[in-house]
Ligand binder design. Structure first.
Ligand SMILES: [Zn+2]
Length: 571
């Protein structure tokens, strides 16, 4: 089993490797080449479509040591340290998991300090709409007069919850869902690299289930890989997700078009026999018919974001289908999701719906329409219904108790087709890098030894608590190691208080133990003097920036006040 989630292992390290979002990549690349780099960006779009990945690419690009056109190169020391999370100048926060209101505000305010190594100090704030009011105010204040070295990359799935005052100061980029074609291509590439064989149609089924989220697609892929065997089959995917093979969707839509009740019910029987999720299947068929309707309405103008074989069948069906029937079918079948969820009768609502759709398609349609084209010469749909139902009933009977396990009081946990939507958060946790990777667990020799091993330790802390990592990067440093005690120095009293919070102490202690095989007592001291100096300096810098002649000079030279030298000292 892989030690690292696929989504992490195959996270793009350069713009070239990025899948999709071409419009964003193009704009950002040009900005980097031209040196037009903003202080604040906001990335919006659904989850799992690459917002954080692009945020890190941008953080690398502005700090990369390669030529502008090649940034981010993905291989210089800056790029590598940002990729593995050890770069102190790139601070990632997750506003959604921030427990203390003050944390985010304090961390944001510390952007005033210059970057330690890179050109830019980059703050990546995930789910920024969850920030507290106090933190938003701090952010706004910073964005009003950002230091030249500051860069904020905000990401959100809910842009409407971000205050307009923040939005107006950010360059905004909207991320699209990944289309099926891109996802399929990416999955196939990964399959080759992982030495996994994908059955025909498997990549498409995963892509469809992921509904445009690459992270979900890779999380599903991950779970399927963990079954072992070096091959991923459609059967496994159905088992895991209840996703139905494309051919069953095509078969049912063909049966509807051909008004063939028997064939339609046979498809339903087959699908439920395979243990697939009937609700998911109903959604898939609705999506399919919707595309047929769109192509019917505008054959040239409709772009189909589906696998090639499916596109062919959609186009061919659009030619044969009648608009009135399509509308009626969609009306009827789109009601199914609710019915299937509440009905105790397994696939019955779907069976009724397809029979109704074929037997009386015009009933649901608002305008009177002709019956759908018929492949058989039989004039009336009525006689076809009886034998067909019997036939399907026969087909569905034997596996019924197992396949359609809906009843509530089930003493045995249901094993197979449970998760319709993958659980990427759980998957991420499961494959967090914290546990493996460690070499030998030996105690620290001295503080230099600790400092060398510190980035790896912080990485493990990050896996457990991203915000503690952000705090550490904001100014908590290894200071001293004795036989049984590790001492940290903090830049401020506030950070001292943070590091002394019980849960933070426990986590640091635990990770240190994991790395050394030894339980250390954690002590911390604040570098009070340094703090007073820097605070005072910050104030002076701010005041100085407001002196009219300094302000004018800053405008003329597009400069920033970085220090103040007094005449006495100069002499
Ligand atoms: Zn680089």
């Amino acid at each position: 089993m892989a030690t690292q989630a696929l989504y992490r292992r195959y996270r793009s390290q350069t713009f070239d490797e990025l899948v999709g979002q071409e419009h964003i990549v193009r704009t950002l690349r040009n900005a980097i080449v031209d040196g037009r780099i903003g202080h604040a960006y906001i990335f919006t779009g659904p989850r799992g479509v690459g917002k954080t990945t692009v945020a890190r690419l941008l953080a690398k690009a502005v700090n990369c040591l390669a030529e502008p056109a090649e940034r981010p190169c993905g291989s210089c020391s800056m790029c590598l340290s940002i990729a593995d999370g050890s770069a102190v100048d790139v601070i990632e926060m997750d506003a959604a998991s921030h427990t203390s209101v003050d944390d985010a505000r304090e961390i944001i305010e510390r952007v005033q300090f210059r970057p330690a190594i890179g050109r830019y100090k980059v703050y990546i704030i995930d789910e920024v709409h969850m920030l507290s009011t106090a933190a938003f105010n701090a952010l706004l204040k910073t964005l009003e007069e950002p230091p030249n070295h500051a860069m904020f990359i905000l990401a959100t799935t809910e842009i409407h919850k971000v205050p307009a005052t923040i939005l107006s100061r950010c360059q905004r980029y909207t991320f699209n869902r990944h289309n099926v074609g891109d996802t399929v291509t990416h999955l196939r590439e990964i399959a080759i690299q992982e030495g996994i064989t994908l059955e025909e149609g498997a990549a498409e089924a995963i892509a469809r289930a992921a509904t445009g989220s690459m992270r979900d697609a890779l999380s599903i892929f991950d779970q399927l890989m963990s079954y072992g065997g070096g091959a991923i089959t459609l059967h496994q995917i159905q088992g895991l997700l209840g996703v139905t093979a494309a051919q069953e969707i095509t078969a049912l839509s063909e049966a509807l078009l051909g008004a063939d009740v028997g064939a339609a019910l046979a498809v339903v029987a087959r699908v439920s026999e395979q243990g697939a999720d009937i609700r998911q299947f109903s959604r898939d068929i609705v999506n399919h018919l919707r595309l047929v309707m769109l192509v019917k309405a505008d054959p040239q103008g409709t772009t189909l974001d589906v696998a090639e074989s499916e596109a062919d069948s959609i186009r061919s069906q659009a030619v044969r289908a009648q608009m009135g029937s399509l509308v009626a079918w969609l009306r009827r079948l789109s009601e199914l999701d609710y019915e299937l969820r509440t009905s105790p009768y397994g696939q019955l609502p779907l069976e009724l719906a397809v029979v109704e759709a074929i037997a009386a398609p015009q009933a649901a349609a608002s305008a009177p329409v002709a019956l759908p084209p018929r492949t058989s010469s039989q004039p009336s749909p009525a006689p076809r219904i009886e034998p067909a139902r019997q036939e399907s009933a026969r087909a569905a009977e034997p596996p019924r108790p197992a396949a359609t396990a809906v009843p509530q009081p089930d003493p045995v946990p249901i094993v197979s087709p449970q998760p319709v939507v993958p659980a990427p958060r759980g998957a991420e946790e499961r494959s967090d890098p914290a546990a493996p990777v460690l070499g030998e667990r030996v105690p620290f020799v001295d503080v230099t030894d600790l400092s060398e091993r510190w980035p790896a330790i912080v990485r493990d802390i990050r896996a457990k608590n991203r915000n503690l990592e952000a705090l550490i990067k904001s100014g908590i440093h290894p200071f001293e190691v004795t036989d049984d005690t590790v001492t940290f120095k903090t830049d401020t009293d506030w950070l001292l208080a943070k590091v002394q919070e019980r849960q933070n102490l426990l986590l640091i202690e635990q990770i240190l133990e994991r790395h050394t095989g030894k339980t250390y007592r954690i002590r911390s001291v604040a570098a009070t003097q340094k703090r007073e100096v820097t605070n005072a300096k910050r104030e002076i810098l701010r005041d100085t920036s407001n002196i009219p002649i300094v302000k004018a000079a800053m405008n003329v030279f597009d400069a920033d006040v970085v220090g103040i030298e007094t005449p006495e000292k100069e002499d």
